[in-house]
Design a protein around this ligand. Structure first.
Ligand code: FE2
Ligand code: FE2
Length: 330
């Protein structure tokens, strides 16, 4: 396995990758060629296939794991692959250098450890039996998906285990704020942390290289999550109607703003806190993703359209252009 981040200009390479996108484009003479984007756990690289594209066009689809052969060249300052041969991986590749975990980005945390911590925090801090039962039912019924799904296609926690990492992080923040503001209803905060994005398990197609399902595009995770909550609450005898109403509100308002996909803005303090800790966790993760992928040779990363800014990554101690402390002679 040759990782994308290690590829060098002029190198001839045979390796495995995942196809993130594939499109037909036209050469200057009008003939078609394929533009592909490859990825592995270390990054992405654009590829072009100039010749014999018919087989690839039919056989290879977005999200497929492939074995390819090609050459690395520099184009417009970036590395790219000129692909000569490509095929989908087959079972024999497994003993031959192909390992799924090399190809998909994965949380840096131990998934089983995060899962155990999430379960024990819920058990330890939830006081109402009906809410504890609701959360346990949802967690038990979706364990495999919760452990593997990303929290999104692109914007934040967009890797294997990202959904769990994000949920646990929001839960820890929820418990912090429940202590800081003791008047808050801790059960609601805990339930909000666990359930707010649960609709993403239906919104996204699969744990690796996910795309939006039809239900995800037509309904979205906010309403899908609310529907799941209603059906789970209906399984619990005499689940209090007022609690269900507030839990519905937590899910429906967690995006915070109408233009960010919430049909209602937060109207109870627990919903307000949930929105901010969710947004903060997503943005902190986005900051680290942007910094990790950055290749700019300057004090700032490239402009990130989700954050709406470039991030400063220069020296925190010594500013290049503005001395922060006047020298003694001044
Ligand atoms: Fe969300
Ligand atoms: Fe979230």
């Amino acid at each position: 396995m040759r990782f994308i981040k290690d590829l060098q200009e002029g190198e001839f390479v045979i390796s495995y990758s995942q196809v993130r996108s594939k499109e037909i484009r036209l050469k200057r003479n009008g003939d078609p060629y394929l533009r592909l984007v490859f990825s592995d756990s270390t990054g992405r690289i654009e590829g072009k296939m100039w010749e014999n594209i018919e087989g690839c066009q039919k056989e290879i689809h977005e999200g497929d794991f492939v074995k390819y052969q090609g050459a690395v060249q520099i184009y417009n300052g970036s590395k790219e692959l000129i692909v000569q041969q490509i095929r989908r991986t087959i079972s024999q590749d497994c003993g031959n250098g192909f390992n799924l975990r090399d190809l998909i980005a994965c949380t840096e945390h131990d998934i089983e450890e995060m899962w155990r911590r999430l379960r024990s925090l819920v058990l330890e801090h939830t006081t109402r039996p009906c809410i504890l039962q609701l959360l346990n039912n949802v967690l038990d019924g979706n364990e495999e998906q919760i452990k593997s799904y990303p929290a999104g296609v692109e914007i934040h926690h967009n890797y294997w285990g990202g959904f769990l990492e994000h949920g646990l992080s929001v839960l820890e923040s929820a418990l912090f704020f429940a202590d800081k503001y003791p008047d808050l209803d801790k059960d609601l905060l805990i339930a909000g942390a666990i359930l707010h994005d649960i609709g993403k398990l239906e919104e996204l197609s699969r744990p690796y290289s996910p795309s939006y399902t039809a239900r995800g595009q037509l309904i979205g995770h906010v309403v899908l999550g609310c529907n799941l909550l209603r059906s789970e609450a209906a399984r619990i005898p005499e689940f209090p109607a007022n609690l269900l109403l507030l839990l519905e509100h937590l899910i429906l308002s967690h995006q915070g703003q109408l233009e960010w996909g919430s049909p209602k803005r937060p109207k109870i303090p627990e919903a307000l806190i949930l929105h901010y800790i969710d947004d903060l966790d997503a943005k902190m993760n986005r900051f680290s993703l942007v910094l990790k992928e950055d290749r700019e040779d300057s004090d700032f990363t490239q402009f990130d359209r989700y954050l709406g800014r470039a991030i400063f990554k220069g020296d925190y101690e010594n500013s290049r252009d503005y001395p922060l402390v006047a020298s003694p002679s001044e």
